[in-house]
Design a binder for this molecule. Sequence first.
Ligand code: 6PG
Length: 474
Amino acid sequence: MAVTDRRYEVGLIGLGVMGRNLAYNMADHGYSVVGYDRDGGKAKELAKGAGRGESVRGSASLKEFVRLLRQPRTVILLVPAGDAVDRVIKQLLPYLEPGDLIIDSGNSRYGDTDRRGRSVAAKGLLFIGMGISGGERGARYGASLMPGGPWEAYERVRPILEAIAARVDGEPSVAYLGPGSAGHYVKMVHNGIEYGLMQLIAETYDLMKRGLGLSPAELQSVYHRWHEGELNSYLLEITLRILARRDEKSGGPLVDMILDKAGQKGTGEWTAADALELEVPTPTIDAAVVMRNLSARKSEREAAARVLDGHPAAFSGDRQGIIDHLGNALYAGFIITYAQGMALLREAARAHGYGLNLGEVARVWQGGCIIRAKMLKDIRAAYQAEPQLADILLDPHLGGEVLRRREDLRQVVCAAGDMGLPVPALAVSLAYFDAYRSNWLPANLIQAQRDFFGAHTYERVDQPGIFHTEWDKT
Ligand code: 6PG
């Protein structure tokens, strides 16, 4: 592509860490990029950091930025999700023309994406809502991209997106996911799964640290072993690196100096809330959100620890045995978490008309993103074998792998219970698995109670129809 005609192929708005790195990534692949940031300093810095002549330049004037773009224009927004996106679109629209394309790459809430897509389309412009995962490194060297919107808009930018995406076995970690907010929905669920996996890992860390009293070096060697095997994943890789990092000030492990209060920007909570709305059970993800909320109540927990005797009991069993159980339990917990996320996507695809290809979603998640893991290859294969698979736990391979580890999960949950260590994500993953594979649940009693106090009726096991009993009559 010619980069000297002073018309740039892509425009980027928001030159923070993600925007800047994405611009350099595009330039590396031969695209000319103009960036805009209302902070003129950032706009200036952009070209300096690129060091490649005129292929990247910054502008602190929105009008000039738009003028510098080749038509039809492509403008990628990398501004914080929320009001800022609406503000930027509002400022931008007077300068754009029908046929131009806006791509919102923040973690926008999917309902907002639908609304923005409609209002932009009413002016004859195109709109893509695209999730990006992979943080700073992903933006610079290859991210996982989750775009949704009009097909023709995707086709127009497909070469750019394929160029800047991570690659796995030669395939770019990007796919057209569906119309409207499909991309942002998939990114939201990606983050919900991210919350679940992080909480599961944190519980294994707690059990080994407080429960078994493992030293930092011992912890590292356990996670290293797990990461070398079937649990190979980005989140375990960074856990290992976090455990290895020493604090310059105290000389001890840095992680021990970090306050135990987890923050959150909302995507996990949105996933859990939307799952409840769509009546899809996602208890591992829910537990992860709940535990972040509970962790944030630090001073209340400190007070409670004093009056409620919060010290866990020591572990008295076979230490190596429980560590082995723990590795298997974590693997099962991971699969169960992906299963819940995928089940939510399946229902959302139906409810919102996304027409998602879940095998493609698993493929896009194999590279660049935070939840990338070796097991996603098996999840993709499960959908390739059976595209209409109701739940990945019904795939013979994946279901079999979890089934084989159910006793590990049980041993871990029991040991944690005995010690008084909270492992809600592991516990609820086990309960979910046991409930999902149970052909009978005590919901008959719930139906009877509902009918007793509210005449809500029930069905019978032996004949069709709707029934009500006058429970007060003997
Ligand atoms: C990603 C991350 C990214 C971000 C999360 C963090 O895929 O690259 O998920 O989107 O780091 O929003 O979310 P919390 O602040 O809610 O933990």
